[in-house]
Design a protein around this ligand. Sequence first.
Ligand code: PEP
Length: 255
Amino acid sequence: MNTQLRRTVIAGNWKMNKTPSETTAFIKELAPCVADATCDVVCCVPYVCLQNAIEAAKGTNIKIGAQNIHFEPKGAYTGEIAADMLNDLGVEYVIIGHSERRQYFAETDETCNKKVLAALAAGLKVILCVGEHKEQRLQGVTNELVGMQTKIALQNVKAEDLKNVIIAYEPVWAIGTGLTATAEQADETNGAVRAAVADVYGKDVAETVTIQYGGSMNAGNADELLAKYHVDGGLIGGASLKVPDFTSIVKSASK
Ligand code: PEP
């Protein structure tokens, strides 16, 4: 982390877990535990839990995010949710391009780009996910790949809008598997993401962009990962579902 240059952000990705009433109870329990955090704390919850989460988080330092949007502003897209709808509800963040969306819902770098532009236009903050599969790491193309994913997803994003973009480097082989990138791998790959941002926007701008690591981050490994220069926080799946575990990661990021 470099807290002089950029915000540290710890975000939970609940995926398809917790009901609306469980959400209310969780946020109320979490709020006092993270009240003195010096990093930003975000919970990205299922759509149907957003209202409860926003209500429960009022008056606290917890921000609420969604896990996806459609890129069109409105229309005949049964079952989809537009960025403006989330903004109107009081949602602040949205995850875009999570590997599970790429894998199970055929999202591509191009659709991620459309979603990033739609989210920013609606005033949402974006958590853009990039990351390689195991074969790609073994083939030695990780840095090129995350650089390409980053550049395509950020096409036509203005430099002044980058303050509303967080990038989460999430090696696909480390998500939900218990396998974690080493702190060195996370730092190197986050650095490659930053270099890709610098190619397009210049080094000074790139140094201000928050780049998280995600992939089995937990209470036991957060200290080591977050100590690295290019690791400005975490996108947390499994460990964000339990108050003590998530609190512990927030505390690591607040040191
Ligand atoms: C994620 O879903 O973004 C994630 C990193 O999950 P986990 O922490 O469970 O690996």
